[in-house]
Design a protein around this ligand. Structure first.
Ligand code: NAP
Length: 277
């Protein structure tokens, strides 16, 4: 029977510990979130992040821009936030409007306040095998979830589907650092089903159904479903459906809550780090 990798339960445990820690802090971290454009899902995600922060006692501010904001306006704001000692963590909610250079904007964030670990500095640290200030939220949440269920990573064949800077590339790197043998797949991969057959761990971050009843998997296969999308009927779905691995993270309730938990952990980590500078 498939065991569920319950992200909600672990998030609640993490929040409980964080709240105890934060209650003892005389000064609290402040997370600044930049939201540009009118993407309705992004608005929901940002509201969620703000609510969670406030519940834990983390200050949070949301800076909103209309879809026609200029790149320079956002960059100038980030530069101000970098200089502001009260702001200890900065997040740019993705996606940004199409006319804005995402990497240029992200790279304006001071690496010491880069709460999603996405700046070239932090990504470079991760890829050169050194410790970034913080690890990217979603991959960090995935590893916390696997560790919670004592899933062995070392020596295992991990198949990562998707190669975004946000999820695919960093989780592949982090699994590699934990001594997994990693195969990365993407939209040009010809023999995905053959590769999945040999996987001990599958992490799917695509945004469409790519793993299902047609796939053959190993008996002890662990599948982490990162993908989340709405189908034409408006139903929330993941990348993985109609398959029974040994362990599976559900959508919703798996990686999503763990991403928020990691964001809050990273906010506190950066605050403590910056305080001791
Ligand atoms: P992304 O930037 O759109 O990347 C999607 C990746 O999937 C690309 O690398 C693409 O390959 C690959 N791909 C597309 N079709 C494929 C196919 N048929 N077979 C194999 N690979 C295929 O997405 P992302 O930002 O990483 O997000 C991926 C999904 O995770 C989305 O549904 C997103 O909403 C979700 N997500 C969830 C959380 C959470 O907290 N739950 C966090 C982040 C993202 P190419 O590179 O070749 O185009």
């Amino acid at each position: 029977m498939t065991k569920i990798l319950d992200g909600k339960n672990l998030r609640d445990k993490i929040f409980e510990n964080l709240k105890t820690k934060l209650d003892k802090m005389p000064i609290k971290p402040t997370l600044a979130v930049i939201l540009a454009g009118d993407d309705s899902s992004s608005r929901i995600y940002v509201n969620n992040k703000k609510k969670c922060a406030e519940k834990l006692g983390i200050n949070s501010i949301v800076i909103e821009y209309p879809v026609n904001v200029t790149e320079q306006e956002i960059i100038t704001k980030i530069q101000e936030l970098n200089e502001d000692d009260k702001i200890t963590a900065i997040l740019v909610q993705l996606p940004l409007p199409k006319h804005i250079d995402k990497l240029k904007v992200i790279d304006t964030i001071s690496p010491k306040k880069d709460v999603d670990g996405l700046t070239t500095y932090n990504a470079g640290k991760l890829f050169s095998g050194e410790k970034p200030y913080v690890y990217p939220c979603t991959p960090k949440g995935i590893l916390l979830l696997l560790d919670e269920y004592n899933i062995e990573i070392e020596g295992k064949h991990a198949v990562v589907i998707g190669r975004s800077n946000l999820v695919g590339k960093p989780i592949a790197q982090m699994l590699l650092q934990r001594n997994a043998t990693v195969t990365m797949c993407h939209s040009h991969t010809k023999n995905l089903a053959d590769i999945i057959k040999t996987a001990d761990i599958v992490v799917s971050a695509v945004g469409k159904n790519v793993v299902g009843e047609k796939n053959i998997i190993k008996n002890n296969c662990v599948i982490v479903d990162v993908g989340i999308f709405r189908d034409e009927a408006g139903k929330v779905r993941g990348d993985v459906e109609n398959i029974s691995p040994a362990y599976l993270s559900p959508v919703p309730g798996g990686v999503g809550p763990m991403t928020i938990a990691s964001l809050m952990l990273n906010t506190v980590e950066l605050f403590l780090f910056n305080k001791t500078l």
